[in-house]
Design a protein around this ligand. Structure first.
Ligand SMILES: [Zn+2]
Length: 699
């Protein structure tokens, strides 16, 4: 042949030949058109998917809303049109019982989700002076919604005549050597705290994390308080952000009553000059011996509080959409490759939004209509090739990602086929802003084969056609073409081909003029990361020891803002990423052995937690109110050495009860490296005790 030293001569030949056939030969001999239809990602289809999903009609697709439901229905309808198999048996109600119906399968998988919180009827708060403790209606009744408000994650509670103490900002931050509860006994009492932190509005202050209300609640609980009363930061209670009854699904119930009171109530009934108290509490962190602060620590008005909290959580299911293609290799057909992308976004803002004001639609074109559109195109490409699939492919559009990976976490615990049969998970999240070809691929360290495969398929060819007057350029994969040009080689040979340099192919016509040139050029400027954890749905699979790859074109100034719109998407780039993922799926299909799972090195740039110690636990992202469930433990970590494992629910750590991730974090912040602590877990319904020795965190 004509090639010499070309790294991938056959592929290059096929590619150039295919292009020649299409451009040069086909117009001359239409009757000899190719035998195999070329199915490639189409820019206009991607644009149509993104445009619909990111349209104002779907109102930002927040989990639990009609917009998210419409988006899920759209994906399910696409799956149906492509002939995918629904992921789950349908449910039919017979005599009041749900029966699984294999014949009426469903693409939709519901998972529990709290869409909102509302007040029940029993919300009462009463202030009593010591002179009027007995009669039940004595004292001053504070009006809910006007004088005070429970927080969405407050436990329901009924407290009577409980003394209260002022605890400054109510922050315990061992890493900052700061404890507002030091020398203060609030056991069985109500802790009254200022909102915010001594840092004021500084987002990079010392107490940014410890100052979050969830951590304040955990600190109050750890100190034995029965309720935490926060003092509003806004003078006008109607504008107080804490009074908005919002709920974070990943966090769970606080385990004690948490309410916010107006500044007027604090002043009139709790006897607190808020501005003075703020000043004093701030000074205290600077100079521990400040005399005014010392005086405040003795603060104890003569009175008690009754607090009745009743919050009702409204459930609206979140939805995953799951469709499948079955494999046909007798040995491999029970194995599956999962391709996933979340379709949910932030609705009209609120939690997770970076918008400066609330209420505007967050279109989420890049995050993550882009990945959802690529998922749909991949389903179309692979469905067109379904007879040749050796392993099955499961396509999943996840809900609840923005709320804390809720949908993917639910799926890995309730999979369409047993998770051991899933050999790899490929996740597309924010793939619509390809710039200068820079594509981030994470999870490279989660399978022994990934790096080689990803780099191999990133090798491509830049083709320049010189047929006719017009000069066209195109890019293509080295070997992604799978017989796309079955009839082409003879034509290419007839035209004559020659090769001059190692990575360049020149095609000449019968008249000796150059028809096309192709030279080696990578498809993407890849940024490879080892870690399998990260802020998207692949983390749920990696935690279950499934090899993962996560494709991402990087953050930008429209991230989590209303301006993430469909017109700002790079659709050609999106198509090229879909083609790349298709080729990697083809590579996994071609391998007889499944990708070999590996525990990846954690990224060195992992966000600094500020903790001094490290346990190596992998907490589950799901909602929990009765302990912290573990998805796994890191290899060689203190947690593993202590005998903890996936599925364990931590209920007590270092002498503190743990109901949720905030309690856990609170306990962790108090621990010291190389000292032994007790950790209690519930495993298979039984409570058991382990000894754990934290390691020092390497910063
Ligand atoms: Zn997002």
């Amino acid at each position: 042949m004509l090639y010499r030293n070309s790294p991938r001569p056959r592929a290059a030949f096929r590619l150039v030949a295919a292009l020649m056939f299409a451009v040069v030969v086909a117009p001359l001999a239409p009757a000899r058109q190719t035998t195999q239809k070329l199915v490639v990602p189409e820019v206009e289809r991607l644009r149509a998917h993104v445009t619909y999903l990111a349209s104002a009609r779907l109102e930002g697709r927040r989990t639990g809303t009609q917009g998210a439901k419409d988006a899920a229905d759209y994906v399910a309808a696409q799956f149906m049109m492509l002939g995918l198999r629904p992921g789950f048996p349908g449910l039919m109600n017979v005599g009041g019982e749900a029966h699984k119906m294999e014949r009426s399968r469903s693409f939709l998988q519901n998972f529990p989700y709290v869409v909102g919180v509302e007040l029940g009827k029993g919300n009462e708060m009463r202030y009593r002076t010591e002179a009027q403790p007995l009669a039940s209606d004595a004292g001053v009744s504070l009006r809910v919604g006007h004088d005070w408000m429970p927080l969405g994650f407050s436990a329901n509670a009924s407290l009577r005549e409980v003394p209260f103490y002022f605890v400054g900002y109510g922050i315990t931050a061992a890493e900052q050597n700061h404890d507002d509860y030091k020398d203060l006994n609030v056991a069985g009492a109500v802790a009254v705290a200022l909102s915010g932190t001594p840092d004021g509005d500084n987002p990079h202050g010392r107490f940014t994390r410890a100052g979050e209300v969830r951590f304040k609640a955990a600190a109050a609980r750890a100190a034995g308080a029965r309720a935490l009363v926060l003092i509003a930061s806004e003078e006008d209670f109607g504008r107080e952000p804490l009074a908005r009854l919002s709920y974070e699904n990943a966090g769970g119930d606080a385990g004690l009553a948490v309410v916010v009171v107006s500044r007027r109530v604090a002043a009139e009934y709790l006897g607190l000059n808020v501005a003075e108290a703020e000043k004093a509490a701030r000074t205290r962190t600077q100079a521990a011996a400040d005399p005014q602060a010392a005086a405040l620590r003795q603060f104890r008005p003569n009175g008690t509080l009754d607090i009745n909290v009743e919050v009702r959580r409204k459930n609206a299911p979140g939805i995953n959409v799951v469709g499948m293609l079955e494999g046909s290799d007798p040995k491999l057909r029970h194995e599956y490759i999962v391709i996933g992308a979340h379709y949910d976004h932030l609705g009209r803002g609120g939690r997770g939004s970076l918008a400066t004001r609330e209420g505007e639609i967050h279109h989420g074109a890049d995050d993550n209509a882009s990945g959802t559109a690529a998922l749909l195109e991949l389903a179309r490409l692979l469905a067109a090739d379904r007879e040749r699939l050796r392993r099955g492919v499961i396509f999943i559009a996840f809900g609840g990602e923005e709320e804390g990976l809720l949908g993917s976490n639910y799926y890995v615990n309730h999979p369409a086929v047993p998770l051991e049969q899933t050999v790899a998970m490929l996740n597309l999240d924010m793939v619509g802003r390809l710039r200068s070809g820079a594509l981030s691929v994470s999870g490279i360290g989660t399978a022994a084969e990934w790096r080689e495969w990803v780099e191999r398929h990133n090798a491509g060819w830049k083709v320049e056609l010189k047929a006719g007057e017009g000069k066209t350029t195109g890019e293509a994969a080295g070997d992604g073409g799978k017989g796309e040009a079955a009839a082409a080689p003879t034509n290419a040979q007839a035209a004559g081909m020659q090769d001059s340099t190692a990575a360049k192919v020149i095609v000449t016509g019968a008249d000796g003029r150059t028809v096309a040139t192709a030279h080696a050029a990578p498809r993407f400027n890849l940024r490879l990361n080892e870690d399998g954890f990260g802020p998207s749905d692949h983390a749920s699979f990696y935690a279950k020891k499934v090899p993962v790859l996560f494709f991402f074109t990087g953050s930008h100034e429209d991230y989590h803002r209303p301006t993430d719109t469909a017109d700002r998407i790079n659709y050609e780039g999106l198509a090229s990423i879909a083609a790349f993922v298709r080729d990697l799926v083809g590579q996994v299909q071609a391998s007889d052995a499944r990708p070999t799972f590996k525990l990846a090195r954690a990224a060195a740039t992992a966000r600094s937690t500020g903790f001094r110690v490290y346990l190596g636990t992998i907490p589950s992202y799901g909602d929990s109110t009765d302990g912290l469930k573990l998805d796994g433990v890191r290899e060689g970590s203190p947690a593993e050495k202590a005998g903890l494992r996936a599925g364990d629910v931590i209920v007590r750590l270092a002498g503190r009860d743990v109901r949720n991730v905030y309690d856990y974090t609170q306990a962790l912040s108090q621990m010291k490296a190389d000292e032994e602590y007790e950790v209690e877990v519930v495993r298979a319904g039984r409570r058991q005790s382990h000894r754990i020795t934290p390691a020092a965190r390497r910063q």
